[in-house]
Ligand binder design. Structure first.
Ligand SMILES: [Zn+2]
Length: 342
């Protein structure tokens, strides 16, 4: 998830978390750890391409959002995934938070002609093929209710929440049947119309619902409760973790598995001969991306192919991870590795 702040200096240096790159990394990790002929390979490649396309669509909104007027402070969050209740999560592509209203933008980058009929069905015509889609208005209305509930649950004032469906590709043609037109216009728009629509919201909602402190509190709450969807990749594709290839992969050619040089702290790739001391860090990251953000010494030994408990302990300690539990049963928290740049 990515948070950015415009319209003031106070939070300009705010922390940025981008979960899309993390999700991309998870795809890359999965692809290098699946056997060459794994039946799900093609499916996963398609998933990665869709993710990249969606990411490009969301990014293209940034330009239009940057046209927003400066006098109202606002924050923008991308890819926010929050807990609706004890069991369910809801995800929003882009959220614009202001003291006076909140906008949820559901971003679609469909090519071709998108048609909304009077029954609420949505079809797309592209290169002579007709496909139907779940109605994005229903989707964004659901998110709207979930976000309102989330605000209520966390005792925030009832700031008005609106959902818009934004088509980010300039080449998309939108059409609607008869009477549906007008109603749709309220909620569906092309990205280039976004600055105008937001300024209409600005003119319409003049009363602030959130104080600057509540804005900051809500922002921290959103950032802290955000739960990126990474570990579910195996679940989504129905791949048991036992299908994954283990061992330390080569940071250079990505192949498995590196070998530890005798009496040395170096690892060497048997394929490209690349040598590296900290090659194991990337493998712990793969574990965090695909399996769990917690690991024990025993699990690390299996995944990294290291027979020695002592040596594994040294590697775990070298990464300065947070941990809980006493020596033998100690559980190491790998989350920090997902925030790194590598
Ligand atoms: Zn290599």
């Amino acid at each position: 998830m990515d948070q950015s702040y415009r319209g003031g200096n106070r939070h300009d240096s705010s922390k940025k978390i981008r979960s899309v790159p993390v999700r991309l990394k998870a795809f890359q990790a999965l692809e290098r750890r699946l056997p060459e002929k794994h039946p799900k390979r093609e499916h996963i490649e398609r998933g990665r391409k869709n993710l990249l396309a969606g990411f490009a669509g969301e990014r293209s909104l940034d330009y239009f959002l940057s046209c927003l007027r400066g006098e109202t402070p606002y924050w923008i969050y991308h890819d926010l995934r929050l807990k609706a209740d004890s069991r369910y999560f809801f995800q929003m592509d882009t959220v614009v938070l202001t003291p006076r209203f909140i906008l949820i933008l559901e971003v679609k980058n469909y090519a071709g002609t998108v048609h909304f009929d009077e029954f609420g069905q949505v079809t797309r015509l592209h290169n002579g093929h007709k496909t139907s889609f779940a109605n994005p208005i229903d989707q964004v209305q659901r998110q709207q209710m979930q976000l309102e509930h989330f605000l209520h649950m966390h005792h925030f004032p009832p700031v008005p929440v609106f959902g818009l469906v934004v088509f980010s590709s300039p080449s998309t043609m939108l059409s609607a049947a008869g009477d549906t037109d007008k109603a749709l216009n309220q909620q569906i728009l092309k990205a280039e119309a976004l600055p105008k629509r937001i300024s209409q919201f600005n003119d319409h909602f003049t009363t602030p619902f959130l104080t600057p402190t509540q804005m900051t509190d809500l922002s921290s709450l959103l950032l802290n409760t955000h739960t990126p969807l990474t570990k579910q990749l195996l679940f989504t594709y129905g791949i048991p973790s036992s299908d994954l290839l283990t061992g330390i992969h080569c940071p250079k050619c990505e192949r498995l598995a590196m070998e530890r040089l005798h009496r040395s702290s170096y690892w060497r790739c048997p394929h490209c001969q690349h040598k590296e001391k900290e090659a194991y860090v990337d493998t712990f990251r793969d574990y965090a991306l695909l399996i769990s953000d917690r690991i024990t010494n025993r699990e690390a030994r299996t995944f990294l192919h290291i027979p020695s408990e002592r040596y594994t302990l040294r590697l775990l300690q070298a990464m300065h991870l947070k941990h809980t539990g006493s020596t033998r049963l100690r559980v190491y928290q790998l989350t920090r590795l997902l925030e790194g740049r590598r």
